[in-house]
Write a protein that binds this ligand. Sequence first.
Ligand SMILES: Cc1ncc(COP(=O)(O)O)c(C=O)c1O
Length: 469
Amino acid sequence: MPGRPGCGSFTTVAVRTIIEPFRIHSVEPLRLIDEDARRAAIRDAGFNLFGVRAEDVLIDLLTDSGTGAMSRDQWAAIQHGDESYAGSPSWFVFRDAVQELFPFAHVIPVHQGRAAEKILFTAIGGPGKVVPNNTHFDTTRANVEATGADAVDLPIAEALVPSSEHPFKGNMDVAALELLLEERGADAVPVVMVTVTNNSGGGQPVSLENLRAVRAVCDRFGVPLFLDACRFAENAWFIRQREPGQSERTVADIVREMASLADGMTMSAKKDPIANIGGWLAVDDDALAERCRNLLVLTEGFPTYGGLAGRDLEAIAQGLKEAVDHDYLRYRIRSTEYLGDALGEAGVPIVRPTGGHAVYLDARGLLPHIPPLEYPGQVLAVALYEAGGIRGCEIGTVMFGRRPDGTEEPAALDLVRLAIPRRTYTQSHIDYVAEVCADVAARREELRGLRITHEPAALRHFTARFEPV
Ligand SMILES: Cc1ncc(COP(=O)(O)O)c(C=O)c1O
């Protein structure tokens, strides 16, 4: 949607404020329940934000997944949804929109990203296998490990230093990847995954230079490279802004180059394509595609709809067009940075530079008196809810500290992710969030650790219950 002649373009307005490139067409009410009610709600939820009723949350920054505001054109596209079981026109609209940006030979629709992961790793994982990634997202790790394979994170060293200003902290450590392939042998590595942007590592981008280097290593060992591409457009925008020689290219063009460096992808359409549900698996390899489609039919559905309704396929196809619009991406990345800047000014430690879809508070840095095994990230997330009805998400020892054998170790970082839903909150909501965070940070010494009283064997952060130490 470039600026129309005579309307002025968002790209040329000579003011510093980057305003929302949309106006609000339909609204949802919000409410702040009082402090006693918030304390009761979080206690009843076992001090786990996933257990709190959404109506009892004022600003919900738990995730940017499926929580974005769809556009007028997406809602209009939904009306075109054709619900034929096989060969629906909506399937072709979806497939063409995906292949316009990601020209892989086979596109396999699924109900969300983890279904793509489940199918892919069921097809290629298994005991004795190892899957390297810059940093596995929680569901990716769980789906790799569920097959008996090892999930290994290979971020660059700067990714583990919250204050480092490296422009591409999502990059994979290429030397470490080479070493792993030499030590374990290419036969043990069914795929190398690169997550763009690196969600668990701070929403940080991966450079084209790094992707090319990873590709070269994969070629040398004969191992396929897949993207976990949920935030491909935000990643491409960072490439355009930060990588030498990329500033004149369109985001769509950069995305196509990212895709050309890979052999396939897993995707959650709930992120950059701004849909409320959906995803896909895409691959070039015909034999792998067939195995994946056979698995798809078992649990998701026929290959022209996966787990989705025709109307979902239409919403995703339209969302993909909007996701690579430059005015939207400029606003999107700037509005996340705005929260990061406000927190930095208030002295709240965050992962620098600010990520694309979220601001990550450095809970371990803020709460040095709470040891990692008393979950400083969870403590901070609970405190933000109690103080202001804000719901964030621990990304740290609760999420990643439990090993498959049931033992526990501190995660590399203890963070609280404040994920910004796309096109959903206004600047005054974000100003309020910054105020509440600053207030909690000023009272940091009053905060005490938590211990787990109940946890499941995998993905414990969703349902674990806690009590104060
Ligand atoms: C990087 C990454 N990969 C995979 C997923 C899983 O996607 P979904 O939630 O649609 O299953 C997510 C979701 O947050 C993610 O951020």
